[in-house]
Design a protein around this ligand. Structure first.
Ligand code: PLP
Length: 307
């Protein structure tokens, strides 16, 4: 008795994962609209898949007070500006902001009312096509984000493997570009967790604190709110940090970008990690050394940054 292979069906009938899709999730494709979050949306040869060649943005969607209310996406313009800069650095076409806004609105309207994370992804698409693929997903706020807002985070320093000025005159290293190639970033978080911490602080080989794998570093010292400088360091300029610094400066707070030796950070009056979805979280220890917490400042930064 011969074995017969089943007939090849159309792409619409590709096998679906058997996992149940939790509530509050949605997905969409530019030029196509909403799709089932479990449906395949990339061609096998898409360069975003094989090469991580593309860029993304993760945005916070605020919880809706009333059913049917249009929920607000925080910092839309700043995120789209950064997506545009990432695409320019990757020599990808300029994103169609109106198309992304329409797709995002569809996703937000289609899924739940709780605080959520909206992710916009652009890949280089099929080799030689010159046509990027655009995919968006919406998912509920991870439970870890809520927990870490309450409890703060223990952080360990991990080497980034390059000096602080590694990105000077080397734009091909894609410093400051939010590329899809985040495997190193997630590996750093796993290593931090293996060491019993919640998150990592990436450090240059010459000893300077840079950023978290998915967050900006903020600290309070000598009466100034500081973060690390972009440019030659290659760190990503955070939209949360930028919004906070602008609002804090308006209230007369001294804000500065400065390189800090990681060994000096434990002498700071307080430190935080800032990012769009998790918000502003207190760094409660660095490499096992407890850091002071200043809850009044944490509350103030959150108010100023819209959390
Ligand atoms: N730095 C890195 C490396 C990031 O990946 C992120 C966000 O994911 C941030 C900083 C914080 O940026 P934002 O505040 O825009 O979320």
């Amino acid at each position: 008795v011969g074995v017969t292979t089943p007939p090849v069906e159309s792409p619409g009938a590709l096998p679906r994962p058997t996992v149940a899709i939790p509530a509050g999730r949605a997905a969409g494709v530019l030029g196509r609209g909403l799709v089932d979050p479990a449906d395949p949306v990339l061609a096998a040869e898409d360069l975003g898949l094989g090469r991580g060649d593309g860029c993304f943005e993760t945005l916070r969607v605020l919880a809706g007070e009333d059913p049917g209310e249009q929920r607000r996406v925080q910092g839309w313009d700043a995120h789209l500006d950064r997506l545009e800069r990432s695409c320019a650095a990757l020599e990808l076409p300029r994103p169609d902001r109106a198309a992304w806004a329409a797709l995002a609105a569809e996703l937000v309207a289609s899924a739940g009312s709780g605080e959520s994370a909206l992710k916009l992804m652009v890949t280089r698409g099929l080799p030689g096509s010159g046509v990027p693929t655009g995919v968006a997903t919406l998912a509920p706020l991870p439970a870890s984000a809520l927990r870490q807002r309450e409890a703060g985070i223990a952080v360990v320093s991990l080497s980034r493997g390059t000096p602080a000025d590694a990105h000077a005159d080397a734009p091909w290293l894609l410093g400051g570009v939010k590329t899809l190639s985040y495997a190193v970033h997630t590996a750093a978080v796993r290593e931090a967790e293996r060491r019993g911490a919640d998150d990592a602080l990436l450090v240059s080989t010459d000893g300077f604190a840079l950023e978290g794998p998915t967050s900006s570093l903020l600290w309070w010292a000598d009466g100034a709110l500081r973060t690390t400088p972009a440019g030659p360091t290659g760190i990503l300029t955070g939209t949360t940090q930028e919004a906070l610094f602008a609002a804090a400066a308006d209230e007369g707070v001294r804000v500065e970008a400065a390189l800090v030796p990681v060994v000096d950070l434990t002498a700071a009056d307080a430190a935080w990690f800032a990012s769009s979805v998790r918000g502003i979280v207190e760094v409660i220890s660095l490499d096992g050394v407890p850091l002071p917490r200043l809850p009044e400042l944490t509350a103030r930064w959150r108010r100023l940054a819209g959390f």
